[in-house]
Design a protein around this ligand. Structure first.
Ligand code: HEC
Length: 135
């Protein structure tokens, strides 16, 4: 096959995949919760990291989603890495680290004290089920 044709074939086949992987096409219960955190009492470095978090984690879904989801520290670490590795996430290693530190701190001072006000993260299977119901 000609190089150019080969390239076009690859580009055409991967384009839809790329679009699907881009954004979340499902509404989760936590998307409907508050969409900001009052960080005025947080340490200055966490206030700075909050801005990175709001900037980077609202690209594909509402910022309310992570704001209203409760996870353990290791789960947040895994999750931020997973989101960082999504195609076109635009999140660098340093930004991911700052965001993770922020989420771990916020989990401890805000969410762990009031667990019933937040949503537990859903499994992939639960998310797939919601997608099927909404489409
Ligand atoms: C490239 C797009 C993209 C970016 C950027 C992104 N997310 Fe997501 N996020 C998704 C998709 C898609 C889902 C739905 C589940 C899935 O398919 O992975 C999701 C789901 C979630 C969930 C719900 C998890 C659950 O199981 O209930 C949380 C929490 C979350 N994201 C947090 C974040 C955080 C924190 C960031 C910033 C570090 C972030 N997301 C950035 C695409 C993205």
């Amino acid at each position: 096959m000609h190089k150019a044709i080969q390239w076009m074939a690859i580009a055409c086949m991967s384009a839809p995949l790329f679009v699907v992987a881009q954004s979340s096409n499902v509404t989760l219960p936590q998307d409907k919760g508050p969409s900001s955190i009052n960080v005025s009492s947080y340490p200055p470095e966490q206030q700075k990291a909050y801005k990175v978090f709001v900037d980077k984690c609202a690209k594909c879904h509402t910022i309310a989603r992570p704001i209203n989801t409760s996870m353990s520290k290791p789960e947040w670490e895994r999750y931020v890495k997973r989101m960082m590795h999504k195609p076109n996430s635009g999140i660098s290693d340093k930004q991911a680290k700052d965001i993770f530190e922020f989420l771990a701190y916020d989990q401890q001072v805000r969410k762990d004290k009031n667990p019933s006000a937040f949503y537990k993260s859903l499994s992939d299977a639960e998310i797939e089920k919601l997608k099927a119901q909404q489409h």
